[in-house]
Design a protein around this ligand. Structure first.
Ligand code: HAS
Length: 549
């Protein structure tokens, strides 16, 4: 791909890994505080570190990495960007980075210890919300640039289906833009006026609902780029092709339809929302599980077909024919493996009654470490190993590959220990989001930590192994950016693996975005209009006589 596109992509990936470095350090502090092994100085607050950890890893690392990946893949599959697309992308990068810096300054200066979910009535400095708004606007600008690049390609290739990678990128951007409407509404119309003191109250229930309207599809904004690697890149690495082009496209469409009208499954224990609407959104949540089950089916099929083609016999012989020594594959396979318990945990969370048991406990923290923290993050790691050398034109040396194995295995072990402890402690009743890790010496609470796995030490050991793994990764990233020898010979150049995908039988209507956007909006209207308008109707009245929106 063109040099300028490489620089653009590398800038995104560079910021992503800087956020990763600081964010994982905050994670290390986190587990030691919870283990009562670290007393923070008076100027540093537990919630401040927790906010930095969540924002830097869950929002900044993921988003920058995702756009770096999209830019590379779009330039690779649709051709290099034109000057306009490139200019708009840089503009988006600039706006997003100004927003990120503003938000980080607010967190570091202790004026935004409101966690990454920034629920009202917790209040941060108004500048924090401005930073968040700029961050989202920046992503929209880059998103529009990528959509523009796609439209130009479509004009030149009339009646052709776009390459699978580009199709999936556009689907993810559509999902992201519709999802952000909720968070933009609450930030602009509720948080900013309230935080700057222009109104004196805030409608808490409405703000939480608008947040989760955004918050749940946010997790699919993280997941879908990982699915792109699983669908498009893994088959190429293992020497096969995409199992079914239509199935892959359909699963992305189902995410556009069902990932948004489901936010209430994060609010099942909250008053102010009638049970009927919670129930409806629970049903829709079960619909959004289907594309993940389709993905699992498709991956198993790809593995089995390719393994058999390579001579694997018997019921499981194909399994041994997969390229286990190739870190690009092994990392992604382990990532998928973690998503089996991760997804099962999600189904438990979404079950209306079972949610009563796990809500606001450490179980949820365990859940998101084996969804975004491993399947997604480890897929990004597995992609990083070849993506940076591909962009910098440097070698992926044998020693780096060995280190990458150590990195991926240590991450897996660390995550296994930490998240298992969190799940068990959560089931026993340990709350999340609390600085009181000793639970004020409550003897009943201290009994939770009696078991070997549920011991707080397990969590700290897991967290320390994770930090060790993170530092190896930072080293690999650094070497791939600047220190590894330049590739000169043909065979030293690292490829961007893209699998063949047969489009002959793929129905064209799958790429008629307007149909899917319209159906998505109808579902959102059904799931949200009545409950949101009820919330606005009962909104508190401020001292100025206006209802606080
Ligand atoms: Fe979740 C809370 C429900 C998926 C992230 N989730 C969270 C939070 C985060 C998060 C960050 O209903 C906490 C938010 C907060 O701070 O409060 N989640 C679900 C459901 C799914 C789900 C139904 N979550 C995710 C993903 C995330 C993520 C993905 C990040 C990327 N989640 C919930 C609920 C809550 C929640 C409630 C609120 C809890 C509460 O009360 O607070 C589904 O999408 C899951 C479907 C997935 C599957 C798995 C398919 C498996 C595949 C792998 C195949 C493997 C292969 C390898 C091929 C059905 C595709 C095989 C190899 C072998 C050897 C076998």
């Amino acid at each position: 791909i063109a040099k300028q596109d490489r620089v653009l992509a590398l800038s995104h990936i560079g910021v992503a890994y800087f956020a990763f470095l600081v964010g994982t350090f905050c994670g290390l502090l986190q587990v030691f505080i919870r283990n009562d092994a670290l007393d923070l100085p008076a100027w540093l607050d537990y919630y401040q570190i927790l906010t930095a950890h969540g924002v830097l890893l869950a929002l900044v690392f993921t988003t920058y990495f995702i756009f770096g990946f999209f830019i590379t893949g779009m330039s690779k599959t649709l051709g290099s960007f034109g000057p306009k697309v490139r200019f708009v992308s840089w503009l988006g990068f600039g706006v997003m980075t100004v927003g990120t810096l503003l938000a980080i300054v607010m967190i570091v200066s202790g004026q935004a210890s409101v966690l990454y979910t920034f629920y009202a009535p917790l209040q941060a400095s108004g500048w924090y919300y401005i930073g968040l708004a700029l961050f989202v606007v920046g992503t929209w600008i880059i998103g529009f640039a990528l959509v523009g690049h796609y439209i130009i390609w479509k004009r030149e290739h009339k009646k052709q289906l776009s390459p699978l990678f580009a199709y999936m990128t556009i689907a993810t951007i559509i999902l992201w833009i519709i999802a952000c409407l909720g968070v933009v509404a609450t930030v602009l119309f509720q948080f900013i006026p309230w935080a700057f003191g222009w109104v004196d109250t805030i409608n808490v229930e409405l703000s939480r609902s608008l947040f989760w309207y955004f918050g749940h599809p946010l997790v699919y904004f993280w997941l879908l780029p990982a699915y792109m690697a699983w669908y498009v890149i893994v088959p190429k690495i293992i020497g096969g092709k995409v199992f079914s082009d239509s199935l892959a496209r359909l699963s992305f469409i189902l995410f556009i339809l069902f990932s948004i009208p489901v936010g209430f499954h994060h609010q099942l224990t909250e008053p102010g929302i009638e049970s009927f609407w919670k129930f409806l959104q629970t049903v829709l949540t079960f619909m959004v599980i289907i594309p993940s089950l389709m993905t699992a089916f498709s991956l198993f099929a790809t593995f089995e077909i390719t393994g058999r083609q390579k001579g694997g016999r018997g019921l499981f012989g194909w399994f041994t024919r997969l390229p286990w020594k190739d870190i690009r594959f092994t990392a992604l396979f382990i990532a998928m493996f973690f998503f089996i318990p991760g997804g099962a945990g999600g189904i438990i969370n979404a079950s209306f009654q079972l949610n009563e048991v796990i809500h606001n406990t450490l179980w949820v923290v365990g859940h998101f470490h084996i969804t975004v923290g491993t399947p997604v993050a480890m897929t990004f790691m597995g992609v990083t190993f070849w993506l940076i050398p591909y962009l910098t034109g440097r070698k992926l040396t044998k020693s780096i590959q060995k280190l990458a194995f150590i990195q991926v295995f240590s991450w897996s072990i660390g995550m296994l220990l930490m998240s298992t402890a969190q799940h068990i402690l959560g089931l026993l009743g340990a709350p999340r989001r609390t600085a009181y890790s000793g639970y004020n010496g409550n003897s009943e609470a201290l009994k939770w930590f009696d078991g070997i796995i549920s011991n707080h030490v397990t969590m700290a050991i897991g967290g320390s192994i994770l930090f060790f793994s993170a530092m190896i990764l930072i080293y690999i990233v650094f070497v791939s950016f600047v220190a590894s020898p330049k590739a000169v010979k043909e065979e030293d150049f690292v490829e961007f693996p893209i699998a063949e995908s047969d489009v002959e039988n793929t129905p064209k209507f799958l790429e008629n975005w307007w149909i899917w956007i319209a159906v998505a909006l109808i579902l959102i209207a059904i799931a949200y209009t009545v409950p949101l308008s009820n919330m606005m109707h009962h909104a508190p009245v401020g001292s100025n006589g206006f209802k606080t929106w």
